[in-house]
Design a protein around this ligand. Structure first.
Ligand code: F0G
Length: 458
């Protein structure tokens, strides 16, 4: 059999500046050791996020030109609504400007003070929108997710027993169940159809809604097809439809598996929730048929959703991520396995065992990778976990990860070779780094975006 490869070719390129280590050492100090403060021109390979950083196709750009900018009843809205209906089966659509806006609008309806929102690990903006409403996000991900070397095909799965226990003791106080697929916080790990089905049963038993955070739904469907018994011969589209049929609604950051630079939506089965959410959508986002997006954005998104659910695309996408993972493994770098769908995660506690957690080994690694190769990546560890909202103590999640998120269709495997070599170089000299960083400034919530740090011991 011939190897898989990209089912597209490159039509336009964007030049990159290759900086020196000396330049980068100055820039990262000026950025107060927070990579969000770097200018993108100071970055050579940007693995900060796969969100809004993908390359659109010529068909998406053509769709942009056909966008209908009518305030109400836009043709582009109806095109998007039809596409979402076709893919998910959901009747009701509220466009939003991105994923967290969808969370803001839907949670304004569903989440009340003191309630619990259980599921697998919630993404940080999701947790933020729950905690902002003085409710509690409960992580019921399976234990295997927290052992980076343990093989398991669906590390994003919900621990159904844990969820059942929670329901038995506190169902009255549960707002709804949320499954994030793939589970970004657990390492871009997928959730199996069987697991979703079991969560559905529990939701029915206790009369709760089951909502999907669908940012990477297509990558999740790819893993179901390639890893779950009984799905090998099914098409991605039919798997997607089956997945969504088990949920009552979805929040979507279209910047991931919509392959657009901005956009999101809420999709719902239930008219009543749609009507309640509509008021918040109008207040926070815009009228019901644009919700913070231009008509052209919605047109590009409809096309992007179609492309993201094609098997050949997904195969080349997920294979590229795995290619980077294998290369890094070749250098001995401790990476999470199996590899995630959108990113490779380095286990920072294994990379820098000598650095105490109070000095943020994950962030130390982020800074070292930037210095080594101009690679920008993200800490998914104690800085991102924020302080406990009640005790205000630092939270130390089970995993301290550094995420190299691969933008869709943007980089070649030569870039992956370069990045892996830079990480390998940093790993070779890892034992020379003895101390980490301390915070000098932080916001009360979602601090990692704006925090400032300084090296400990200087
Ligand atoms: N849900 C998940 C699973 C996400 O990964 C993100 C964003 C959101 C919701 C929020 O969507 O950014 O469109 O408002 N994740 C990005 C990331 C930022 O880098 O993983 P948004």
């Amino acid at each position: 059999m011939l190897p898989s490869c990209e089912p597209y070719k490159i039509k336009m390129i964007e030049p990159l500046y290759r900086s020196s280590r000396e330049e980068r050492e100055i820039w990262i100090r000026e950025a107060r050791y927070n990579i969000f403060n770097l200018k993108s021109d100071q970055v050579f390979i940007d693995f900060l996020t796969d969100s809004g950083t993908g390359a659109m196709s010529d068909r998406q750009w053509a769709a942009i030109m056909s966008g209908d900018e009518s305030y109400a009843g836009s043709r582009s809205f109806h095109g998007l609504k039809d596409t979402v209906k076709e893919l998910t089966g959901f009747e009701y659509l509220l466009p939003t400007h991105q994923g967290r806006a969808a969370e803001n609008v839907l949670f304004s309806v569903l989440v009340k003070e003191g309630q619990l929102v259980p599921g697998n690990a919630h993404f940080d903006t999701t947790k933020g929108h729950i905690e902002f409403r003085k409710a509690i996000a409960v992580d019921c991900t399976i234990d295997e997710a927290y052992d980076t070397s343990k093989p398991h095909p669906f590390k994003g799965n919900v621990n159904i027993n844990k969820l059942d226990e929670l329901m038995k003791s506190s169902a009255d106080n549960v707002s709804f169940i949320l499954i994030t697929a793939t589970c970004n916080t657990a390492g871009g790990q997928p959730v199996s159809m069987e697991n979703i089905r079991q969560a559905r049963k529990l939701a029915d038993k206790y009369g709760k809604l089951l909502i999907i955070d669908a940012a990477r739904f297509a990558e999740n469907a790819y893993f179901i097809k390639t890893r779950e018994e009984g799905y090998q011969t099914k098409s991605i589209r039919s798997i997607v439809l089956e997945m969504f049929s088990l949920f009552d609604g979805a929040t979507m950051s279209a910047k991931k598996d919509g392959i657009v630079n901005i956009g999101g939506f809420i999709a719902l089965k239930d008219k009543k929730i749609y009507q309640e959410a509509s008021t918040f959508n109008i207040m926070f986002e815009g009228f019901l048929t644009y919700g913070g997006q231009a008509g052209r954005d919605m047109a590009a998104l409809a096309q992007g959703l179609k492309e993201a659910t094609e098997f050949d695309y997904l195969e080349s996408r997920v294979s590229q991520v795995a290619y980077l993972g294998e290369k890094m493994k070749g250098y001995g770098v401790p990476v999470q396995e199996p590899f995630g769908g959108h990113a490779i995660f380095i286990d920072a506690l294994k990379f820098f065992p000598q650095i105490p957690r109070e000095e943020f080994p994950g962030q130390t690694l982020v800074v070292e990778l930037y210095k080594a190769g101009g690679i920008r990546c993200a800490e998914i560890g104690s800085l991102m976990a924020d302080r406990d909202p009640i005790t205000r103590e630092n939270r130390y999640p089970a995993l301290e990860l550094v995420r190299l998120a691969i933008p869709r269709r943007a980089y070649t495997n030569n870039h992956m070779d370069y990045a892996a070599a830079a990480v390998g170089q940093a790993f070779e000299s890892a034992q020379k780094i003895l101390r980490g960083y301390r915070l000098t400034s932080e916001a009360p919530i979602m601090r990692h975006f704006t925090m400032e740090l300084e090296p400990v011991g200087n």
